[in-house]
Design a protein around this ligand. Structure first.
Ligand code: ADP
Length: 247
């Protein structure tokens, strides 16, 4: 459903994405991992049209996204840090977002209700704690029932109850056949919520296969040691050219 075809991106002299291919299919949930600076956010922003790759193309449902914005209506995006006008009240923010999508008649209010956002709708965004702001970002990402969910560190900053609510919601959407991309440093969450592992290293796709296959290839029965082994291999790769990419 989303194809990333040979995209490259440089910021100044720094090559941040090195000519890689990826495919994301509906009904699958992908863990996008890699050390800081490996290119995860640049990849996500490229898919969202917020970063323009220097070469290559991204297709959504077979159509190039370049010069188009309508495809974004299919994507719910939860940023790592949501930035909102500080004087705007929660209720006003939701009204504004709904006004921007007049064609949508039915909203997904699961998270609005479970996070009890209605009760605090008159609070200004600038006065909210980081966790409450995350709840708002999460509820907005799901609001328009998008086919694709891109969640950047979704559970970071949430209290344990909110984490469980959000994880249950992600699982529900996953069962309904949505395409889900999650970046996170919390490996337990990724193991629970995803079935495909993508590991970026220095702007290249170092691993791209199912979590089952990751465990097999690394000889580790559990996810966390399997990722640790991948990380060791990336460090060795710095001195050799061996890559495990299964593009
Ligand atoms: P990750 O999300 O894996 O931490 P990023 O995609 O944010 O990685 O960043 C990859 C590299 O690109 C980093 O070295 C970062 O400093 C650089 N970078 C990202 N965005 C910009 C930008 N707008 N201008 C200059 N450099 C950038």
């Amino acid at each position: 459903m989303i194809s990333v075809n040979s995209i490259s991106k440089k910021f100044g002299k720094q090559q941040v994405l090195h000519d890689f291919e990826l495919r994301f299919e509906a009904g699958h949930s992908y863990a996008v991992m890699g050390p800081n600076g490996s290119g995860k956010t640049t990849l996500i922003k490229s898919i969202l049209g917020m970063v323009l790759p220097d070469s290559g193309e991204i297709l959504v449902d077979g159509q190039s996204i370049q010069g188009h914005t309508a495809y974004r209506q299919q994507i719910g995006y939860m940023p790592q840090i949501g930035r909102y006008p500080s004087n705007m009240k929660i209720g006003q923010l939701f009204s504004m977002m709904k006004d921007m999508r007049p064609e949508v008649k039915e909203y997904d209010l699961d998270l609005v209700n479970q996070f009890e956002l209605e009760m605090i709708k008159d609070k200004a965004m600038g006065t909210l704690s980081g966790g409450t702001r995350q709840k708002v970002s999460a509820a907005l990402a799901f609001l328009f029932q998008p086919k694709v969910l891109i969640l950047d560190e979704p559970t970071a900053g949430l209290d344990p109850i909110a984490v469980e609510i959000l994880k249950a919601k992600i699982q529900k959407e996953r069962k309904e056949g949505k395409l889900i991309l999650i970046t996170s440093h919390i490996l337990n969450d990724l193991e629970e919520l995803t079935d495909q592992a993508i590991y970026l290293f220095e702007g290249e796709v170092f691993f791209n296969d199912s979590i089952e296959s990751l465990k097999e290839i690394t000889g580790e029965g559990r996810f966390s040691p399997a990722i640790a082994k991948l990380m060791q291999w990336t460090l060795k790769k710095k001195t050799s050219t061996k890559s495990l990419t299964h593009a």
